[in-house]
Design a protein around this ligand. Sequence first.
Ligand SMILES: Nc1ncnc2c1ncn2[C@@H]1O[C@H](COP(=O)(O)OP(=O)(O)OP(=O)(O)O)[C@@H](O)[C@H]1O
Length: 322
Amino acid sequence: MNPRPDTDPHDEPVIAVRGLTKSYGGRRVVDHLDLEVHAGEVVGLIGANGAGKTTSVEILQGLRRQDSGEARVLGLDPHRDADRLRQLVGSQLQSSGLPDRLRVGEAVRLFAGPRATDADRLLEQFGLAHRRRYPFAGMSGGERQRLFLVLALLNRPRLVVLDELTQGLDPAARRDVWEAVAQLRDGGTTVLLVTHELAEAAALCERVVAMGDGRVLDQGTPHELVARHGGGVVVAFTEQARSDAERAAALQQLNGLPGVTGVTREGDQLVVRGGRAVIAHVGAWLLTTGRPVPPDLRVHVPSLEDALLTLLDTPTTVKDAA
Ligand SMILES: Nc1ncnc2c1ncn2[C@@H]1O[C@H](COP(=O)(O)OP(=O)(O)OP(=O)(O)O)[C@@H](O)[C@H]1O
């Protein structure tokens, strides 16, 4: 990742949330949430449906009010200072829409405030310069999302909030939008990204906050979360041993390989678990012992999805609103 020149560790956080709580009809959906985002960070908020991500982000944007706890955005109160914050925060909300007949150029003029940057440059940057005269209805899903990004960035925001940016996009359009967010990240913009796409969080975010039941379950770099909760690497294959003795010897040898934390037999398969090095060592073992590469050789490297599933599986206590 590129250095973030405007990041000063002594700066007040761009987002500072302490003990944030919100209930709907007696059910607590945000439960003493603590969250900090610093200048220049790209932070991903992930979690199951109903974890409270959107509610939290809407409180930060002054669209809802918390029951208790403190939220500061750029040192301001999102509810009391909503007007000032609107100038400073660029938002792309979950169900963004524009009138069908509104053209790209018109949308940009409509949304431009006193702090607006060069819209032509932004349209160019996000590959929409040739679409200026297009109506919203005529744009593809990817183009629409890129237009929302342009509109979110138009007034030179100090924070950009993106909620389900790539929902419903095909893989190519998603890639385009990811690239656009990577440009923001590399330009030093502070981004809070709410997403279900864990590959998106892993690709774009330097820090990921996993939420469940309105609380932070854990946070860290994608790599840290995978290391803590993803479970180890698994290498599985059918061992073609000719005798019980040969099978037992194979098991013992595999158990002794560097980084191996366990070898189990599952049906005909041997399942070797451990750190990443296990992939290389099992491969080397197969070759040096003169074995052919097993046709069913399978390697599973844990992902952010594995980590989140483990985190969400961790039992939480049932709670009622106070
Ligand atoms: N206005 C509302 N009135 C009542 N319940 C609500 C309201 N808004 C949200 N909820 C409920 O609060 C819970 C948290 O919703 P929220 O949208 O914040 O979660 P989320 O993590 O963003 O979920 P998703 O990933 O599905 O968008 C959900 O159970 C939702 O149904």
